[in-house]
Design a protein around this ligand. Structure first.
Ligand code: ZN
Ligand code: ZN
Length: 803
């Protein structure tokens, strides 16, 4: 029986070799018809024997599915058969354009290309830019749409006959792979010294010399996929220290790269799920517990218990490692917090004083994209930085199935129940721009039912990062053909992102409270609209009362939020300095704890502990302490805050772990790293309820007990565990009160503090033991890097409700 069917496939089906795969299967099964891209995904019309069409659908979703494709839905409609059709063709894209998800992320070298790279018989043997439809650069080389070679930085290279034959052969793995190239026609590498003078040319000589320099402890700047890395032998402590010193990065941990899982296992504990993640086509940096006897140089990462590992993801990396390198520090090629450097000229200008040599190439990087960083919460991968490999793949707004994917049976039942009740479709009638936060910025566009979130941009305070932010917004907007009519931003009037959002003309502006947006990011990831109990633990965010919030229990939906409880306010003196100098929150919390009994002289022993710690460069002066103390007493340049991040700073300082956050969350990370396992004790705390107001979590009792324990010189690792445990038990109690008053039993966790694995894992477990369903961020970071999708979801809900 001859049938004709129209099949609409949605998901990640464009720019991943999907149409050629459809063509090949249809050919093999003798079906006629056509396939084309449109704004919704891919549309296929098929005609032939009924059972052949069924087989087609089966193969498309299983053995013949292109590796990078991700099918979300497959909708089949019956059509009347037509006469006179005798072949299957790939049609040009629908005139409406196919910009929705046409540009895909940069993908690590695939297994087939890797085999060819080291196959002496292959004409791309040893070629550092080998790629195919299933791998290679995408987002980083696209200038504009449509995604065709002339619109990429590969337009500078004319394909040779061999490459062109593969590129135009629909049965070839390189059919329409835009960056296709070989040693004859494609980009080339060379090596320069720190002044930019060429010292080696030719692929082999360049690789051999670069590897020799690295083995000799030299720093080599390597141009990769999304920008330059600074590379150095990770086993050579002196070399790593030199890199730290030259890069002016005194403390922040470096990531390392190896060419095999086996190698990584020599230095770190690699679980099965971590191994899978490392081998993903996205090739992220994965934070792993390091082995105690690991030979990795101590200065690669100090005061943390994990280390970031990644596998090679560009052919160039593999060729270097094939020269006998073991493990390399591969850190972003920039100075301090400036944007990643991606052009040869700027690399020489800025990194000439850091690198001893430059491994350059002439394939232009159009967009700089940092490496992504992932860690594990509740044994599930959670991003800390979402960039290369993940961006610009859209997140679909309603994707309720992601909760079910790895839920327990009981949880699954609850989830399905919840989804039936609150699952909703958002299909935004207007395009939306979400400006994000100022720290760890990402921004996001809403187009129909997709959230197109930018790569990690950075801290907008840096002038160059801000410039990069503006450029990136324009670029992504062009790539996805977005025309925002609504802009959503943070409530903080001093945020640069807020000011930028407000400066846009002809836009409706929606301002969203910081912590509401954080919890909304969890809701939208799970296809929910709430209400849920939101627990939000963070550094700082502007509150509706002008205070700086940062430890909140809220009843949250995408439509509104209500503050149910929060950490009792304390004073924070000195604006920006307060998040760097731990003595500021520490003094404030001690004053709050002891009230009028607090005498600076009597606490000098505690405050002096900070002077003796290793990471303190500037000695605290008694004078300075007196000044801050006075400032707090008189309320000069002080704000009220419920920030939990600053409480972590204060406790870390009390335990002698340092006095400064030289990078974001340095002290909290050090405090987490020392927390002893197997401790269940906790300190006391109080809830204070004032009529009509939210419940106040008061930690004064904890601070008194903690000060006593420190005085008794108890082991800091036990005190750290007890501190973490106190927060867990207090938040559990808060959630229980919220459940009692609202009858809600789903808790969503978000905010930067939930990057803390000890705290988050423990809290999740305790909440579950007490009958809560727990949701947390899976697709975007729980820190401010995930804020923009929460803002976007709230705005999308608002414009959908009130068209
Ligand atoms: Zn490949
Ligand atoms: Zn070629």
């Amino acid at each position: 029986m001859i049938k004709r069917q129209k099949i609409l496939v949605t998901g990640r089906v464009q720019g991943v070799g999907f149409r050629p795969a459809v063509y090949r299967i249809a050919q093999a099964l003798g079906l006629t018809g056509f396939v084309y891209n449109d704004t919704k995904g891919v549309t296929i019309e098929l005609q032939g024997q009924e059972e052949r069409i069924a087989e087609f659908l089966d193969r498309l979703q299983s053995q013949d599915k292109p590796p990078l494709a991700d099918l979300k839905t497959c909708t089949v409609t019956e059509l009347p058969a037509i006469t006179g059709e005798d072949k299957f063709i790939i049609k040009t894209s629908d005139a409406e354009g196919s910009a929705l998800s046409q540009v895909t992320a940069d993908i690590a070298t695939c297994r087939d290309c890797l085999a060819e790279l080291f196959d002496k018989e292959d004409f791309r043997y040893g070629y550092p830019f080998i790629n195919c439809t299933n791998c290679g650069p995408r987002y980083s080389i696209v200038k504009t749409i449509p995604y065709d070679r002339p619109n990429t930085t590969m337009s500078a290279f004319k394909m040779c006959d061999k490459c062109a034959t593969q590129y135009t052969d629909v049965t070839d793995r390189r059919f329409h792979a835009q960056p296709v190239a070989c040693g004859t026609c494609g980009p080339k590498i060379w090596l320069t010294n720190s002044k930019g003078k060429t010292i080696k040319t030719g692929t082999e000589d360049t690789i051999v010399e670069a590897a020799r320099l690295l083995r000799a402890g030299k720093i080599v700047a390597i141009k990769g996929i999304g920008g330059f890395h600074l590379a150095v032998d990770a086993l050579n402590d002196r070399a790593v220290k030199r890199l730290r010193q030259r890069k002016r990065r005194d403390h922040k941990p470096f990531a390392v790269m190896a060419d095999s899982i086996e190698r990584i296992k020599e230095y770190a504990i690699v679980s099965e799920s971590a191994e899978r993640l490392l081998k993903n086509p996205q090739a992220p940096i994965v934070l792993l517990p390091r082995k105690e006897d690991s030979a990795i140089a101590p200065s690669v990462a100090e005061s943390v218990d994990t280390l970031g590992f990644m596998l090679c993801y560009a052919p160039l990396h593999y060729l270097l490692f094939a020269q006998g390198l073991e493990i390399l520090v591969m850190t972003s090629g920039n100075i301090s917090d400036e944007p990643l450097i991606c052009t040869n000229q700027i690399a020489l200008e800025r990194l000439g004083c850091v690198a001893d040599a430059f491994l350059m190439h002439d394939r232009e990087i159009y967009r700089q994209v940092d490496d992504s960083v992932i860690h594990f919460i509740d044994d599930k991968p959670v991003p800390l930085r979402r960039a290369r490999g993940y961006v610009p793949t859209p997140i679909f707004i309603s994707r309720a199935s992601c909760v079910v994917r790895d839920a327990s049976e009981k949880e699954k039942q609850n989830t399905q129940y919840a989804i039936r009740n609150t699952h909703h479709e958002i299909n935004s009638p207007k395009d939306i721009f979400a400006a994000g936060a100022d720290m760890k910025n990402t921004f996001c566009f809403v187009k129909q039912n997709q959230l197109i979130c930018s790569e990690h941009i950075g801290d907008l305070k840096d002038a160059e990062v801000y410039h990069h932010y503006i450029e990136s917004i324009e670029h992504l907007q062009r790539l996805f053909g977005v025309e925002p009519k609504v802009v959503v931003c943070d409530l903080h009037p001093a945020y640069l992102s807020t000011q930028y959002a407000k400066s846009l003309s002809d836009m409706k502006v929606i301002q969203v409270q910081h912590h509401w947006a954080h919890i909304a990011s969890v809701l939208v990831e799970h296809g929910l609209s709430g209400p849920v109990i939101g627990i939000e633990c963070d550094g700082t965010g502007y509150g509706t009362d002008g205070a700086i919030w940062g430890c909140e229990c809220m009843i949250v939906s995408l439509e509104k939020f209500e503050r149910f409880g929060n950490l009792a306010y304390y004073d924070l003196a000195g604006a920006d300095k307060a998040s760097k100098e731990a003595v500021r929150p520490l003094l404030a919390l001690l004053k709050k704890t002891y009230g009028s009994d607090f005498k600076l002289d009597e606490f000098m022993w505690l405050l002096e502990r900070m002077e003796t710690t290793s990471n303190n460069n500037s000695k605290l002066k008694t004078q300075n302490l007196k000044l801050i103390s006075e400032q707090l007493d008189k309320g000069i340049n002080c704000v009220k805050t419920s920030s939990l991040g600053r409480v972590f700073d204060a406790v870390a300082a009390m335990l002698g772990l340092g006095s400064h956050n030289y990078f974001d969350a340095q002290l909290p990370m050090a405090l987490e790293a020392i927390a002893a396992d197997g401790i269940d004790e906790y300190y006391e705390y109080e809830f204070i309820k004032e009529a009509g107001g939210p419940i106040q979590l008061d930690l004064s009792m904890m601070f008194r007990q903690l000060v006593d324990d420190v005085e008794k010189e108890w082991d800091a690792s036990i005190l750290s565990a007890k501190f973490h445990n106190t927060l867990c038990i207090a938040m559990l109690a808060m959630a229980k009160q919220a459940r009692e008053s609202t009858k809600l039993d789903t808790v969503a966790l978000s905010g930067g503090v939930f990057c803390n694995r000890y705290l988050t894992n423990r809290l999740i477990q305790q909440l579950r033991e007490n009958g809560f369903r727990v949701l947390f961020n899976r697709e975007v970071p729980s820190n401010d890097g995930g804020l923009s999708i929460g803002q976007a979801a709230i705005a999308a809900r608002a414009v959908t409700r009130r068209p």
